[in-house]
Design a binder for this molecule. Sequence first.
Ligand code: SF4
Ligand code: MG
Length: 328
Amino acid sequence: KRLKKYYPLQKSWLSGRRGHVKAVDDVSFSIYKGETFGLVGESGCGKSTLSRVIMRLTDADEGEIRFEDQDLLKMKGGALRRHRAKLQMVFQKPFESLNPRKTVGQIIGAPFEIHGVASGSDKDKRVKRLLELVGLPSQYADRYPHEFSGGQRQRIGIARAIALNPKLVVCDEAVSALDVSIQSQILNLLNDLQREFGLTYLFISHNLSVVQHMSNRIGVMYLGKMVEIADADELYANARHPYTKALLSAIPAPDPDAGKERIILTGDVPSPVNPPQGCRFCTRCRDAMPICSEVAPEFVRVGDNHEVACHLYANDGPASGSVEGGRA
Ligand code: SF4
Ligand code: MG
């Protein structure tokens, strides 16, 4: 709720002032148990920062993160360490995220030791079971990361992430570095594991086709702000925010003659140091009105499980539910 994360910049020698990158700026949303919440937006919109804040890999400046009725941002020391086991992450670069000097067995087994869950032969048994769960032969436990392909490495990263029965797994561009032919295998694996263990995913990607395939609900971010949240089917059938519409129009249509209009976004994404006043999208929005460059739009409800932050829908009534009390 109302999460904020600004990164300070070096003091400018020109103005003598210190700026901030407004990476995440007053973002509110919910992730429901057992669902996959997709987060989309162009690179640099704040998706990764938001996930790092939720994982507590970086501290939020402001806001609240409620997880199982506790405020994560207030958690410290032993409580935070115990809690960490419940939140796991699958990273984008499967190679960089695996220690090249450790065997796969050591990598996957590390969480058991760190959290005092298992050691010795009990740990080895669990490691082998995890390897099988992610579709790798259990005897691979003695091999090193460089002996595996990109897709296999990502399976190892997933095995490590699910080792401690986490509640929430954040997948940040988890398949973006993989060949397209391998991507769907990894996505299917994530879906199978979700069904088997009741996992909840925060699934982050700049690839809208992948997010559509994976998600129950989707949030769209632009320049540090959440701009639209809806059920996945609803969003793809009935996007309301001009930015979401432009993003979706760029997905290649299965039937090119279906008359889908391609909306070309002109201009660059403005700097997150000095984002536009009012609606952050106003410098690129073809529907912009005078109010847009002055007042930041509030979230309004435009349908069942569909909320949008845009002045075009200002008369649709205030939002409730997932972004209750939230602002764009
Ligand atoms: Fe465009 Fe205005 Fe809506 Fe922003 S608030 S997306 S500028 S119409
Ligand atoms: Mg990112």
